[in-house]
Design a protein around this ligand. Structure first.
Ligand code: NAP
Length: 275
């Protein structure tokens, strides 16, 4: 991976950090997109020290703010003339409904709309650098089969709960990757969604103690160091594979949804992000 440039959102913790660690070990040049400069710098130093890879850089952006994303993309394009893999790993979990400065429900804003805008603004570089890959983290296939997009209440103003918000955002990301793959057919840019496996993470920090403690214990005992994302980012076996969802390495799953809904969601995302 020495000649590859990888941009990872959520690179300061959890899934993104695990992917960055694995890819840094393989020698790739890595750009960590993160909101919190201090945490990102600490991660950068830790990754460089443990892998010996000094080619790890930072890019600051808040994925819930469209102007911040646009500004980060401009900076990225000034600094880098290619992009081999875009890994959309940032994620959130809010117990109570929270709204972004753009007026969007925060889970949808960060996980789907922010990544939607970022990915679309980077498509010119990805196409120019092809063959290239877009990868987006999402949830487990089991619960995703029961998820739906609440077109009548997309911002969950009437019906918020964290599980509903997570499932909607995760399904939206899976639909986004399939629709993106369709639109990018023949360009040399692939788009896939993946479940990362269990990765040690900060995402449970806002949960009540009776959920946080077993969650932390499970992560300490069962979490893996890398996961499916690393395989999809680096393996030649998935070169050219697009529009799929991987639950585990080499294990593709189907998430049933209506492709008309995926197109409807795309149009909504365009208007909500001002793309
Ligand atoms: N961990 C797992 O085992 C697991 C399993 C299945 C699915 N997932 C999914 O993977 C996603 C990431 O989870 P995680 O475990 O990696 O969580 P995490 O440890 O909390 O890390 C989340 C990352 O997202 C970034 N982030 C949050 N809000 C942001 C914003 N507004 N703008 C830019 N970056 C932002 C954080 O950056 P800052 O440091 O700047 O806050 C952090 O780097 C979630 O959707 C989660 O549901 C995780």
């Amino acid at each position: 991976m020495k000649d590859k440039l990888i941009l990872i959102t959520g690179g300061s913790a959890g899934v993104g950090r695990a992917a960055a660690l694995g890819l840094a070990r393989m020698g790739a040049r890595i750009v960590l997109l993160s909101r919190d400069r201090q945490r990102a710098e600490q991660t950068r130093q830790e990754l460089a020290a443990s892998t010996g890879n000094e080619r790890i850089e930072l890019l600051q952006a808040d994925l819930s703010e469209w102007a911040s994303i646009r500004c980060a993309v401009e900076q990225f394009k000034e600094r880098c003339d290619r992009l081999d893999v875009l890994m959309n790993c940032a994620g959130v979990l809010y117990l109570r409904r929270t709204v972004s400065v753009e007026g969007a429900e925060m889970t949808l804003a960060v996980e789907f709309l922010g990544h939607f805008l970022l990915t679309n603004l980077l498509l010119d570089v990805l196409k120019r650098s092809a063959p290239t890959r877009v990868l987006t983290v999402t949830g487990n296939a089991g619960p995703l089969r029961f998820a739906r997009i609440h077109f009548d209440d997309l911002q969950l103003e009437d019906s918020y709960n964290p599980v509903r918000a997570k499932l909607q955002a995760e399904l939206a990301k899976a639909m986004f990757m399939v629709e993106l793959a369709r639109r990018l057919d023949g360009t040399g840019v692939t788009a896939n969604a993946f479940h990362p496996g269990l990765i040690r993470s900060r995402i449970i920090r806002n949960l009540p103690w009776y959920l946080r403690i077993p969650g932390a214990l499970g992560m300490a005992l069962l979490s893996k160091e890398t996961g499916t994302g690393l395989y999809l980012a680096s393996s030649p076996e998935v070169e050219g594979v697009s529009g799929r969802f991987y639950e585990r390495v080499e294990r593709e799953e189907k998430i049933p949804f209506d492709s008309k809904e995926a197109r409807r969601l795309w149009r909504l995302a365009e208007s909500l992000t001002g793309l």
